[in-house]
Design a protein around this ligand. Sequence first.
Ligand code: ATR
Length: 264
Amino acid sequence: MKKYFVIGNPIDHSLSPKLHNYWFNENNINAKYDKKKIDEKDLQSVISKVKEKKINGINVTVPFKKAVIPYLDKLSPEAEQTQSVNTIIFSNDKLVGHNTDIVGFTEAIKKLNFNIQDKKVIILGAGGVVPSIIFALKKMFVSQIVVSNRTKKKAEDLKLRFNNLKILDWGEIIDFDVIINATSLGLDKETINLDFSKSGSNKLFYDVIYNPAETNFLKEGKKFGNKTENGKLMFVYQALEAFKLWHGITPQINNEILEILNND
Ligand code: ATR
């Protein structure tokens, strides 16, 4: 039986096992997908198990998407540019790191009834997933990307990798068409302290968080007449892309699996 893991810390919240195991069943693949909470010092030994074929593939989540890179032989161009790996495969005797968060975000935005081209986008946060979002937004030809992060230095560092980024002080807001919460605020009871009452309506409020399904950030967006979307489809599509890389099969996204993911 083939074995797959998602590694991270914390990892309890991850719905990846549910999704991949559902697809294994649907596609008659004899495999099992589990989550593994690890410390940074264990990265090398876990990844080496892929080379030894004791593990057949790994998904990587917070906070290790960058930290795994030194242990890999090769990166996809997307993983290289974002310095972020969420999927590891063993191919042609090489450990290869891919970034499927970019496709995940792109597909999720495409499914919305919202044309993002030429739009002004504010990203809140500068953590692990943000380079992937910036990469995807640039490919979708938005007109402006503004990053605002509590620790300004981390936002400034992104400018070294992506040109034409604008940095905004944390707590400030300027005119936008799309605002994306890529901070961890909303996973628990903490809320983002921004006043959207003067931001107008018909914007897109997008939250990378999908559990809870409606964060305070999305509630605020809705209150002022905006379109809102959580990160569930982004999560599903990054998983779909990883599944394709590992198994060469495009799994189905159906209502049943979306419902199963809801129940958590
Ligand atoms: P990492 O920063 O290790 O990559 P992450 O979960 O990917 O972790 O990112 C967390 C994001 O949420 C960061 O942008 C973080 O801001 P800092 O860079 O200043 O830490 C942001 N964040 C977390 N708690 C926050 C808070 N209480 N207020 C504002 N931003 C917060």
